[in-house]
Ligand binder design. Structure first.
Ligand code: FRU
Length: 325
């Protein structure tokens, strides 16, 4: 309720989707373990100018710490540097900026994800075939790094050809529309790699519209648990494989609190990734289901504590009233 707020943390998310929601939820839940932490979320809906406005809003509010997932690196770098100049620590998450002028970074190694995808493709296609790439938003660092990793992994493999690519902007609908036209031109694609699961699903649906979804394999990134997300799509056979892109919201909040409470912290915090295919998707699902259940319990417990406190203070008020009368 803000009455005993010790720290006001601003979170500027570049996008608004299931991956961001999971991360925000993790940050919010982790914040419950500290006293007096207020977390305020804003989302820029994939728009650089909106995100610049959001960061200015937080700077004007004089937040104690900023968490930023930069939409496009070049556009958002000056805003992060502005906050740092004003003395506000900034934790950059998932996507990077163009300088090292930030307090800490938390996120996975996207170059490695791209190169893991490349090695997977080589073995899955036995070293021979045509692949098509659907990239994320061009100016965002995971799009650049996943692409570079992929190309480096395929460099020594002459018979795997990347026959083309489109920018799907990280969005299912944009990827679907573009792949719809791509498929009319390209008649021989063995594997379509989309840089996230949402776009891979969009591509799959476009192929299915044309009755061609069985002609190629679809590979994505994220492996989110939950209805119709990446993990389930591997189990149902829509996706051939995906790679875990950890949201890590709890870790982000721990580092933010270390910074605020002057405890030691690492500047670079790299979260790990892993391949998810039909051999392990089911096991992962059992575990994520269990985690979801535990998360629900933590939230329930927190609700009970809140209720206890409001009842306690109501009773104290009543007692006090009796005394003065
Ligand atoms: C979520 C998302 C993920 C992707 C990541 C890249 O907003 O689009 O699907 O892996 O961002 O930054």
């Amino acid at each position: 309720d803000g009455t005993n707020t010790r720290y006001h943390i601003g979170v500027s998310q570049c996008s608004d989707d299931e991956w961001r929601h999971k991360m925000n939820k993790e940050m919010q839940r982790e914040a419950l373990f500290y006293d007096g932490v207020q977390v305020e979320f804003r989302t820029a809906k994939d728009n650089n100018q909106y995100q610049i406005n959001d960061i200015n809003y937080f700077i004007d509010r004089k937040v104690d710490l900023l968490i930023v997932a930069p939409n496009e690196a070049a556009a958002i770098t000056p805003s992060v540097e502005k906050a740092i100049k004003k003395g506000i620590p900034v934790v950059v998450v998932d996507r990077k900026i163009l300088s090292d002028n930030y307090t800490a970074f938390v996120g996975a190694d996207n170059y490695k994800i791209g190169s893991d995808v490349g090695h997977y493709i080589v073995s899955r296609l036995n070293g021979k075939g045509n692949i098509f790439e659907v990239t994320g938003l061009q100016g965002s660092t995971p799009a650049m790094e996943r692409h570079r990793g992929l190309m480096d992994a395929l460099a020594g493999i002459p018979n795997i050809k990347r026959v083309g690519s489109v920018d799907g902007g990280w969005l299912q609908s944009q990827a679907g529309e573009k792949v719809d036209s791509v498929l009319r031109v390209h008649k021989d694609i063995d594997l379509l790699f989309a840089q996230n699961d949402r776009m891979a699903i969009g591509a799959y649906l476009a192929a299915r519209q044309q009755g061609r979804e069985k002609e190629m394999l679809f590979v994505g990134v994220d492996a989110l648990p939950g209805k119709d997300y990446g993990l389930e799509q591997v189990i149902s056979g829509v996706l051939d494989a995906t790679f875990i892109y950890p949201t890590g919201g709890d870790k982000v909040m721990q580092i933010a609190m270390n910074i605020l409470e002057k405890r030691p912290f690492e500047k670079e915090n790299i979260l790990s990734t892993a391949l998810v295919d039909k051999t392990n998707a089911r096991v992962m699902q059992l575990q994520t289901d269990h985690i979801l259940e535990q998360d629900g319990k933590i939230e329930k417990l927190n609700g009970q504590i809140d209720e206890f406190w409001s009842r306690y203070s109501a009773q104290t008020m009543f007692l006090y009233a009796c005394l003065v009368i």
